[in-house]
Design a protein around this ligand. Structure first.
Ligand SMILES: NC(=O)c1ccc[n+]([C@@H]2O[C@H](COP(=O)([O-])OP(=O)(O)OC[C@H]3O[C@@H](n4cnc5c(N)ncnc54)[C@H](O)[C@@H]3O)[C@@H](O)[C@H]2O)c1
Ligand SMILES: [Zn+2]
Ligand SMILES: [Zn+2]
Length: 346
């Protein structure tokens, strides 16, 4: 089968690999139907994530059909259409029982990280019973792909950790798919003002369409003054960092109001400066989180009910065979006006 393999910083290739087989009774092998690329894959390719070994098949999102299920898998059978969670959960360890499967002792974020991932024709899914979801009849499959990672990530790491409340002013820094997923799901809590900040005018236009009440292009370096002017000098109640850079985490610290929450989502490959000399007295909460994907069932219900419309995040479609072109498009998102790209395995 074909799979997209990481070959060290800046290097990747679509190569032939043996089809994965069941290694444990709790495994399933899934034939991929649709997968996608994530900002995290770009971080991996930059060399930001040393946990990813050379030779790893990337990808932690997608939907498919169960091809084989181990004898210990009771909820899924060959032929079932399934949504793959980016988080593998054993369901039994201390972290899983605490509702924090991102740190599962036998799983967590392993797909496309420490085990081969979904940017391939087939993928082995450990702990299938607690790491897959059935896809409801008549569900829009492209929309389902957005539930593997970006919707739970935006919602859990951004909106829930940011403790968004009705009437809040929320700033989201980064209008990539994850920031936009936070923008869509933060509206469950009726914030009064939703400010989105990015360097890319096209993405900011999309953000307006998705419910931003104000957008700021921070290319001129004046985003802090603009936010302060918009908030009568008080700053925002919630700042959601959805980029993963020192500058954008710094921006969150500069615009957070007293009593506010800074919710970091971004994957950081380098250290950032924490301005405790300014923040110590501001009653500010700073949170970090690796997505747990424990809200997937809730988000799935919202998508099926039509209350959440993640399909609007999809801008491009490619065949899995054209994954290098897809990376080129996603990696030049500004020029290509790309958000999520869907790769289909025919
Ligand atoms: N915590 C988690 O569990 C988790 C899960 C998934 C993704 N992530 C991370 O979330 C982040 C966002 O993911 P994505 O897929 O949306 O990525 P992306 O690269 O598509 O989007 C990032 C956006 O940030 C903007 N940006 C870059 N530099 C900026 C700056 N200086 N000021 C303002 N905007 C700037 C870009 O224009 C882009 O629109 C990434 O760091 C990704 O690795 C974290
Ligand atoms: Zn991801
Ligand atoms: Zn576990």
């Amino acid at each position: 089968m074909k799979g997209l393999v990481y070959l060290g910083p800046g290097k990747k290739q679509l190569v032939d690999r043996p089809k994965p087989t069941l290694l444990d009774a709790t495994d399933a092998v899934v034939r991929m139907c649709q997968t996608t690329l994530c900002g995290t894959d770009l971080h991996i390719l930059k060399g930001d994530l040393p946990s990813v070994a050379v030779g790893r098949i990337l990808g932690h999102e997608g939907i498919g059909v169960v091809a084989e299920a181990g004898t210990g898998v009771s909820r899924f059978h060959p032929g079932d259409r399934v949504l793959i969670s980016c988080i593998t959960a054993c369901g039994k360890c201390e972290y899983c029982r605490r509702g924090m499967p991102s740190h599962c002792e036998a799983g967590g974020w392993i797909l496309g990280n420490t085990i081969d991932g979904t940017q391939a024709e087939f993928v082995r899914i450990p702990f299938a019973d607690t790491s897959l979801y059935h896809i409801p009849e008549n569900a829009d499959e492209d929309a389902m792909v957005m539930l593997s990672d970006i919707l739970p990530t935006g919602y859990e790491c951004g909106v829930l950790n940011g403790a968004v409340k009705p009437g809040d002013t929320v700033a989201i820094i980064g209008a990539g798919p994850v920031g936009l997923a936070a923008l869509l799901t933060t509206q469950f809590f009726a914030p009064a003002n939703l400010i989105v900040i990015d360097l890319d005018d096209h993405r900011l236009e999309v953000a307006k369409h998705f419910g931003a009440t104000a957008v700021i292009n921070s290319t001129d370096g004046r985003a802090v003054e603009t936010v302060m002017a918009m908030t009568a000098g008080k700053g925002v109640e919630v700042a959601i960092e959805a980029v993963g850079m020192a500058a954008t985490f710094g921006l969150c610290q500069d615009i957070i109001g007293a009593g506010g929450h800074i919710a970091n989502i971004g994957v950081h490959g380098a250290s950032v400066t924490l301005h405790l000399e300014k923040l110590w007295s501001q009653n500010v909460t700073i949170t970090t989180r690796l997505v747990d994907a424990v809200t997937t069932p809730l988000l799935l219900k919202m998508v099926i009910a039509g209350q959440l419309k993640p399909k609007q995040l999809i801008t491009h479609h490619f065949a899995l065979d054209d994954i290098l072109k897809a990376y080129d498009t996603f990696g030049n998102a500004g020029r290509e006006r790309a958000l999520k790209v869907i790769l289909t395995n025919p």
